[in-house]
Ligand binder design. Structure first.
Ligand code: LLP
Length: 416
């Protein structure tokens, strides 16, 4: 995302962040339309003439305007819940362009997906095979499915977002895959069109992905020999991004390595999320107080772990950039913390910043797994989301109101 200083103040594209903060308040998330479309096009371009389908992983950022922009450049979608299905349908995505992933799909979710005519269900267990077949039979429909296999490959990422190891809950053990495809072949309601894997998120090296894809191809080839040929190979999510010192390879390198490992006749399906929207977003927050402490000061800002959970949950590092290039104050070592009543409520630790109360700060690279992981903890209203296009911006999700916060609750007790 283009995020630089102009005349001493930070802009996203050609839009002044101070103007956004004054109009919509802080905290808020700001996204660049150009950056997210460009990131999608980088993936698309990397495939060249190779048969492929890029299904943006909605979980990374599910705002309707974000989805609409990506649909506009040609994206299909990877969804993991009934709610994400409704979001995709709300922007007019064709159900046939949707892949439904997830380890615990409920009956209601599967039924709704089948009723709409979902493109593919990525099935993660034998029990799910049976559940999908029963629902399809009841609805008298046939559905395309892929089996997500677990290749037992170490993605070398944070343990919470590693998904392709035997000890993780995801996928069908790769050694059991052929037997499960045989079961699928016996069920007339299911048509096995593909095979899927996903080894984890924030991937910064290609080798484990190629290792997993190679194993998956081996299964696909064995299935073809056994008279059960597949049409597509779903390689899972996309690349990691550079938050601090990480050095993810260029998208083109990952795509080239994967496509080399996959025979031409298969369509390659990919589900990138973070690398599409992560660097296309930031969170704006304002300094409330500066509280001196022995080793380093506490800079207490108006955003908290309920707005951006990644630092608290994964110890994640996000760059913090002041809105005003020269704030005038003296730079001090500090921790950036929020107002929530937990010591785990922090956004950045041990930074050197010159800040005073009232200053505006940008927490960078928060377009992915930012707003979507926000909550109402401490009865805080979830922040607004803003989309920048050139020199103008629009509120694409308003700040929650106190009325909305209380709307679904009743203070309802039985009289004593
Ligand atoms: N496909 C499947 C089946 C997935 O489980 C995921 C992410 C993706 C695709 C997208 O992966 P990506 O391209 O974004 O790496 N909240 C965590 C990330 C959780 C990712 C879970 N699965 C974070 O903030 O780092």
């Amino acid at each position: 995302m283009r995020c630089d200083y102009h005349n001493g103040f930070l802009q996203v594209e050609d839009c002044d962040l101070g103007a956004i903060a004054s109009e919509v308040g802080t905290p808020c998330f700001v996204y660049s339309r150009h950056a997210l479309e460009q990131a999608w096009q980088d993936y698309d371009g990397a495939f060249g003439t190779r048969k492929h389908r890029i299904c943006y992983a909605v979980k990374a950022n599910d705002n309707l305007s974000v989805l609409k922009a990506l649909q506009g450049v040609g994206a299909s979608f990877d969804i993991v819940s009934g709610g994400e299905l409704e979001r995709a349908l709300a922007i007019g995505a064709a159900p046939s362009d949707l892949v439904f992933s997830g380890v615990g799909k409920s009956e209601a979710e599967i039924q709704r997906a089948l009723e709409c005519g979902i493109g593919c269900i990525n099935i993660e267990s034998v029990a799910e095979v049976e559940r999908v077949a029963i629902i399809a039979k009841r609805l008298a429909v046939q559905v395309d499915v892929a089996l997500r296999v677990n290749p037992d490959v170490d993605a070398q990422t944070h343990p919470y977002i590693s998904t392709g190891l035997k000890e993780n809950k995801f996928g069908i053990p790769i050694d059991a895959a052929i037997a499960v495809y045989q079961r699928v072949a016996d069920l007339p309601q299911l048509r096995a069109t593909g095979i899927a894997c996903h080894i984890g998120s924030q991937l910064t090296s290609i080798a484990p992905v190629v290792e997993a894809v190679t194993q998956v191809v081996r299964i696909a080839e064995a299935l073809a020999v056994a008279g059960m040929p597949l049409e597509h190979i779903d390689v899972g999510g996309g690349l990691g991004i550079r938050y601090e010192e990480e050095q993810p390879p260029p998208v083109a390198e990952l795509v080239a390595a994967m496509t080399r490992a996959i025979p031409e006749r298969y369509t390659v399906v990919m589900e990138p999320g973070r690398s599409i929207v992560g660097k296309a977003g930031l969170m704006l927050t304002r300094v409330e107080y500066v509280k001196p402490n022995e080793n380093r000061d506490f800079v207490i800002v108006d955003a908290a772990m309920n707005d951006l959970l990644r630092p608290s949950l994964y110890d994640a590092w996000h760059e913090v950039r002041p809105y005003a290039e020269a704030s005038g104050g003296e730079a001090v070592r500090c921790d950036l913390v929020g107002p929530v009543c937990e010591s785990g409520d922090w956004l950045a630790k041990d930074r050197t910043l010159a800040v005073r109360p009232g200053d505006l700060l940008a927490v960078l690279d928060t377009g992915a797994y930012g707003f979507v992981m926000s909550s109402n903890y401490n009865a805080r209203r979830r922040p607004p989301e803003i989309l920048v296009e050139g020199a103008s911006f629009r509120v694409i999700r308003a700040r929650e109101t106190f009325n909305e916060l209380l709307a679904n609750e009743r203070a309802h007790l039985i009289e004593k």
